[in-house]
Design a binder for this molecule. Structure first.
Ligand code: CO8
Length: 259
């Protein structure tokens, strides 16, 4: 059985991490399959991805502790580099990716969610970075992305130092997730959001993702120039003409061609 399942629903791709017997823990094989699935996404037709975990208990309960426990320094570095490269690929993936967090998102699980563009979760979701209690630091980007995502080094360090798990309501309150849904509705809501994103001009959406992500790492003057360039680029597309003509013609239906 595949460790990663991939389904296409219209313009939306649904990735499911499928190792429920180990609460979808990330071992080398899961990381490799996830990488392969991302490489196989048809970017000509797919406009948004959703990532979730199999079962009702966990999104991802972390990196696989059983696999990690006997690593030496060099193996640990390679594992961290592999996970970091994959999560950076997710972060910079050309189309938006929504994490539908359906339960535990601990350690590498929270780090996976952090590398996605948007996080929504179920009422039973639990988030945390328990690494310090295992004698390690987060190794898949958590020391870098948590503070950036929630916009507070104080809160990020509190969570990283105390290894305190937080529930969905607190995750919403600190801005770690955008919305909380009953578990039964989570996937439907995630796909609905992805569908809504997929209904807008795809090149504009890609340019927005680039502008926000890359701009945040630039001085503001350079970031504004980056926006100018990406805004200008939209005017080379057929979809800009379609979007604006539809508005001027008071036409509700638009056909965006990803061109
Ligand atoms: N790794 C391996 N197996 C796991 C993991 C994990 N992270 N989480 C759960 N499992 C397995 C359990 O061992 C158990 O297997 P088995 O049935 O064979 O005993 C099965 O999943 C079910 O789990 P539990 O019986 O423990 O379920 P509970 O409901 O009692 O508890 C918890 C659920 C609270 C989520 C609990 O499983 C838990 O605490 N899991 C570990 C959470 C954790 O510490 N995660 C962080 C791991 S470290 C990490 O992610 C670092 C990332 C960076 C790596 C850098 C590389 C160098």
């Amino acid at each position: 059985m595949a460790l990663i399942q991939y389904a296409v629903i219209g313009h939306v791709g649904l990735i499911t991490i499928n190792r429920p017997e180990a609460l979808n823990a990330l071992n080398r094989a899961v990381l490799q399959e996830l990488n392969e699935v991302l490489d196989a996404v048809d970017l000509g037709t797919t406009r948004c991805l959703v990532i979730t975990g199999a079962g009702e208990k966990a999104f991802v309960a972390g990196a696989d502790v059983a696999e990690m426990c006997c690593m030496n320094e060099s193996e640990a570095r390679i594992f961290s580099e592999t996970g970091n490269a994959l999560f950076r690929k997710i972060e910079t993936f050309p189309i938006p990716i929504i994490a539908a967090v359906n339960g535990y998102a601990l350690g590498g699980g929270n780090e996976l969610a952090l590398s996605c563009d948007i996080r929504i979760c179920s009422e039973n979701a639990v988030f945390g970075q328990p690494e310090a209690d295992l004698g390690i630091t987060p190794g898949f980007g958590g020391t870098q992305r948590l503070a950036r995502v929630i916009g507070s080094t104080s809160k990020a360090k509190e969570l990283l130092f105390t290894c305190r798990n937080i529930k969905a309501e607190e995750a919403l309150q600190i801005g770690l997730v955008s919305a909380v849904y009953p578990q039964i509705d989570l996937l439907t809501e995630a796909i609905k959001m992805a569908d809504r994103i997929a209904g807008h001009a795809p090149i504009a959406i890609r340019n927005i993702k680039k502008a926000v992500n890359e701009g945040l790492d630039m001085p503001i003057e350079d970031a504004i120039q980056h926006e100018v360039n990406l805004f200008g680029n939209c005017f080379t597309t057929e979809d800009q003409k379609e979007g604006m003509q539809a508005f001027l013609q008071k036409r509700k239906e638009k056909v965006f061609k990803n061109r």
